[in-house]
Ligand binder design. Structure first.
Ligand code: PRT
Ligand code: ZN
Length: 227
């Protein structure tokens, strides 16, 4: 493994997590210079650099060692951890800290006019989702055999299009479900943004830099929420 003396943090370039992620790092005293490169911003005062990417790419970049830490939704991190796990060993990632923003839930929703006797109602059905591994784990734990139909977007219209019977999607206010005449019936995962790292320590200067960042994040969150 290559040793490095600078820490590279990946955050979402644009989307729900990008503003809060930048604020979080600024609050920890990290400043980055825009050197004209859209993807990479070097740290100004500390050996901590920024990578601006799509949120879905963050776990993969950490797994490949391209990024050292990442700010990403637990939903994305756990789905991709399941994708990369052999079922025996520990997962490839660690969540170092919950960050308190990007809160949402991954929920099952069915057409609003269905009765809901419980999860067994899903037996034999097709469920559209962008999170097939998390859904399959939830179904397996309940002994339900159903088919996860993977869609990368517009999951909520699948029941109307006839491509699936139910959906498993992220929900925050529930307005999208209501607009599509869907009813939230079961919660598969509670999520928020987390600071993600590889499962194993780096074994070089990056461990100290990550520890410093964690101390600073702990200090700023104590300032925000007085005991
Ligand atoms: O381009 P890139 O791939 O980086 O961005 P993206 O479009 O994949 O992600 P983005 O910015 O939409 O979401 C990033 C992360 O924000 C998600 O992975 C979650 O961890 C978190 N998050 C929090 C949410 C929501 N809340 C949320 N409400 N992600 C998506 N939604 C969707 C929801 O599924 C619904 O379609 O937003 C819509 C509105 O939700 P309601 O319930 O308020 O109507
Ligand atoms: Zn994405």
């Amino acid at each position: 493994m290559r040793t490095r003396d600078r820490l590279r943090i990946a955050i979402q370039k644009s989307g729900r997590l990008s503003g809060p992620s930048r604020q979080l790092l600024a609050g920890a005293g990290l400043r980055f210079g825009d050197d004209g490169d859209q993807l990479f911003q070097p740290g100004r005062d500390l050996p901590v650099d920024l990578l601006l990417v799509r949120d879905d790419d963050i776990p993969g970049l950490i797994a490949e060692g391209v990024a050292d830490l990442g700010v990403v939704g637990r939903n994305v991190l756990e789905e991709q951890a399941l994708e990369r796990m052999d079922g025996i060993g520990p997962g490839p990632f660690r969540s170092l800290r919950e960050l308190g923003f990007g809160r949402c839930r991954l929920s099952l929703a069915v057409p609003a006019d269905w009765d809901w006797p419980g999860p067994s109602r899903l037996q034999g059905l097709r469920i559209a989702t962008s999170y097939p591994r998390l859904l399959e784990r939830w179904l397996r734990e309940r002994g339900i055999v159903a088919r996860a139909v993977k869609l990368s977007g517009s999951v909520e219209i699948a029941p109307r299009l006839g491509t699936a019977d139910a959906i498993c999607d992220l929900v925050s206010t529930g307005a999208t479900l209501a607009a599509n005449r869907l009813r939230e019936v079961e919660r598969v995962l509670s999520s928020q943004a987390v600071l993600a790292a590889p499962a194993r320590p780096f074994g070089d200067a990056r461990d100290g830099l990550a520890a410093m960042l964690l101390r600073r994040l702990a200090a700023t969150s104590r300032e925000r929420v007085p005991a």
